[in-house]
Design a protein around this ligand. Structure first.
Ligand SMILES: *[C@@H]1O[C@H](CO)[C@@H](O)[C@H](O)[C@H]1NC(C)=O
Ligand SMILES: *[C@@H]1O[C@H](CO)[C@@H](O)[C@H](O)[C@H]1NC(C)=O
Ligand SMILES: *[C@@H]1O[C@H](CO)[C@@H](O)[C@H](O)[C@H]1NC(C)=O
Length: 523
């Protein structure tokens, strides 16, 4: 090899290396000239599906997709080539990649910490430009089975875990965060002391919801199970977040009064604000209704971001109990985490025991059921809300088996007019909630119905309700007015709601795996 060739070879290797690094650091596209997706999603884009509903093609043009994965593209073509209903195939095409297509804000590496260089992914919720802890975990989980075949996708997961860990260190009581202007500045943030409602830098909303904790734990656990990568468990960023979360959970198990002296105990979280609806503030100057000690953990807000009526929110506690169990398995793998592992397992059990001791009630029609919220004094709220965690999703969350008797009793109730937030009308049916209001059913509840059903007929019915819920937009909305509305603007809410779209994709994949005959018609 002559000298010129050697120089050429080395230059080539050098530039390839730089190019690869740049690609890894900035693997999201420049989409600044692309249309706003909330507007794009409301309008029909050709070609139509050719089915009865002729659903439009709502994926952004390729240059405007925020993240692309050839593995996900091949999953889409594989599945849609098998589905016989053209509208259903189109709905899957639009929805399954929606999170990747539209919500990946940035992925970067914390380069200042050369020894602990880890990715950070920022994922917006859809039409609200902020990252929710719960939503972001749920937004990417439909892709978990494919991370072994796509290193960029795997990195996106790891980046989300690290980003959430950073967020918890800023404020464990917050549910949603703004895009960090300077991602490296995140590493310098630290845990803060007692506050009421003032927001730390970077916090978008400070509603304390226990399923935020559970979502972070669940994402970390599922990523480890799917990838075998437990590197993050050794990182101080992740361990510090877990430490902060566990001590917050311990505090939020506290009752309102000291049982010996009767004095009101101190609390380090209050939420009250001027609002024209009670779900946007909390009882008793922001501390929530009084509770006894039950082993369960208070949650002052629900996954809908509405205030709880009673702080022991049963679906959130059930999810937290499951995920604390998973967390303890992860912590066992960390050199410094053994003590926290047994702490997590202990709290998991206390919560579960608390649910069975204080969270059940006897219903005159349905028998023994789970309440939605309780206070430990004997008060119980009977209802369900569409957002996960919900009572309907208890088996999906892994808290109990699908054929559990108390769950089945509860499931029957929440899917009937004995649940005040179950709505049924000419334009569909399903569970809604106080967040959007009466008469608005959430397609998410029909998706969860599919994911918790073992009946072909029920699954087919739910699929049909969902397909006709898109109002010809070919996407899953937050909620749908089940009554015909004079004002067409009010026929649905949120044109762009990433979580529900991905969840629908996940449901279709599950049906294809377990009950393909429901999707592939015999010719
Ligand atoms: C798609 O289907 C082909 C042929 O059946 C198969 O080889 C491939 O693994 C599938 N890809 C995915 C991502 O499912
Ligand atoms: C409860 O009150 C008793 C008696 O005044 C006191 O000894 C104890 O420290 C208090 N416990 C808490 C958790 O404040
Ligand atoms: C629930 O299903 C499991 C396994 O599928 C079975 O072993 C169990 O007996 C069932 N329980 C009830 C109450 O039907």
């Amino acid at each position: 090899m002559d000298r010129f060739n050697i120089i050429f070879l080395f230059s080539f290797l050098y530039f390839s290396f730089i190019a690869t690094c740049l690609f890894l650091y900035f693997n999201t596209m420049d989409t600044s000239s692309c249309p706003d997706y909330s507007e794009y999603a409301k309008v029909f884009h050709k070609p139509g599906s050719g089915g009865l509903l002729d659903l439009p093609f709502q994926r952004p043009v390729e240059a405007c997709r925020k993240f692309t994965s050839s593995v996900i593209e091949s999953v889409i073509s594989n599945i849609t080539s098998k589905i016989s209903n053209l509208d259903l195939a189109r709905l899957f095409t639009n929805t399954f990649p929606n999170t990747l297509d539209t919500t990946i804000g940035s992925t970067a590496c914390m380069s200042s910490l050369a020894t602990d260089c880890h990715p950070l992914s920022y994922i917006i919720t859809g039409d609200i430009n902020a990252m929710w802890i719960r939503d972001s975990a749920n937004q990417i989980l439909p892709y978990i089975d494919y991370i072994q075949h796509d290193p960029q996708l795997k990195r996106l997961f790891l980046g989300t875990i690290y980003m959430q860990a950073h967020f918890f260190t800023i404020d464990p009581y917050a549910n949603a965060f703004k895009e960090p202007k300077n991602i490296e500045a995140l590493s310098k943030s630290h845990v803060i002391g007692k506050r009421s409602v003032d927001l730390m830098d970077g916090v978008f909303e400070r509603k304390y919801e226990i399923d935020s904790f559970a979502s972070f734990m669940g994402l970390s656990y599922q990523y480890w199970v799917a990838s075998g990568d437990d590197s993050f468990v050794q990182s101080s960023v992740w361990i510090d977040a877990v430490d902060t979360i566990l001590s917050t959970i311990r505090k939020q198990q506290d009752p309102t009064f000291n049982i010996t002296s009767g004095e009101v105990l101190d609390t380090d979280y209050l939420f009250s604000q001027q609002a024209d609806r009670p779900t946007e503030t909390q009882f008793l100057n922001g501390r929530g209704q009084a509770v006894k000690h039950t082993g369960m953990v208070k949650s002052l807000f629900r996954p809908s971001d509405d205030a709880t009526v009673f702080p022991f929110f049963i679906p959130g506690n059930a999810m937290l109990s499951v995920e604390l169990g998973h967390l303890s398995l992860l912590l066992e793998r960390s050199s410094g985490g053994k003590k926290m592992a047994s702490e997590a397992a202990a709290i998991s059990k206390e919560i579960k025991d608390g649910i069975y001791k204080y969270g059940l009630t006897n219903h005159p029609t349905y028998g023994k059921i789970f309440a939605y919220e309780v206070d430990g004094y004997g008060s119980a709220l009977i209802m369900d809300d569409a957002n996960i965690p919900s009572l309907l999703s208890l088996s999906l969350l892994g808290f109990l088996p699908q054929n559990d008797t108390i769950y089945q009793n509860t499931r029957k109730l929440v899917l009937s007019s004995d649940n005040p937030y179950y709505f049924s009308g000419p334009r569909g049916s399903g569970i809604g909630g106080p967040h959007v209001g009466l008469g608005y059913a959430w397609p998410m509840s029909q998706i969860v119905r599919i994911l918790t059903s073992d009946q072909d007929e029920e699954i087919k019915q739910a699929l049909n309700i969902i397909m006709s819920s898109t109002d010809k937009t070919g996407l899953i909305h937050e909620s749908v007015n089940v009554y015909p509305s004079q004002n067409t603007d009010q026929s649905y809410t949120r044109s762009w709601f990433s979580w529900a779209n991905g969840l629908f994709g996940q449901a279709v994949l599950k049906i294809m795996e377990e009950r393909p005959h429901l999707l592939i018609s015999p010719h």
